[in-house]
Design a protein. Structure first.
Length: 148
């Protein structure tokens, strides 16, 4: 059993919930993804593997995985929340193009040092850091320039 499975199973047990086959499959597919996903996309992937997992089960499982600290809501794009698995991954920022929806990730290790220093100065305990920068990507800017 992988570490993220152990964490999720322990979390569910603490909540008085069972680690069902459906929840195990959802977790497995989420951790195979190396991209941002919305719940509908995830459901489609799961449905290709098993018709036994309902859409409602997927929608109910995602918040449990967020609360367990395994995934996070990363960006909102095309009026849908997009998620990513974060367990075992370094902190990063999201650069989101308002035009085409492209999401670029960059490391924020150096920035985190500044944030942690400021938190210490403010006597502030950090629980979560999310950095999303919205604007227009270079491809969309170049296309706009070419059409003029």
């Amino acid at each position: 059993m992988q570490e993220h499975e152990i964490i999720f199973e322990a979390f569910l047990e603490k909540q008085g919930l069972k680690y069902t086959k459906a929840r195990k499959l959802i977790l497995e597919i989420v951790f195979k993804l190396h991209e941002h996903f919305d719940v509908e996309y995830l459901y489609d992937l799961i449905h290709q593997v098993s018709k036994d997992v309902s859409r409602a089960t997927v929608y109910r499982t995602i918040p449990l995985m967020v609360e367990a600290g395994l995934i996070q809501r990363s960006v909102r794009s095309e009026s849908r929340d997009k998620y990513e698995h974060i367990y075992g991954h370094p902190r990063h920022s999201h650069w989101v193009c308002k035009n085409c929806g492209l999401v670029i990730e960059t490391d924020i290790q150096d920035l985190m040092k500044l944030v942690q220093s400021e938190a210490k100065t403010q006597n502030f305990q950090i629980d979560e850091v999310n950095l999303t920068v919205r604007g227009i990507c270079w491809k969309c800017r170049n296309n706009a320039n070419e059409s003029q």
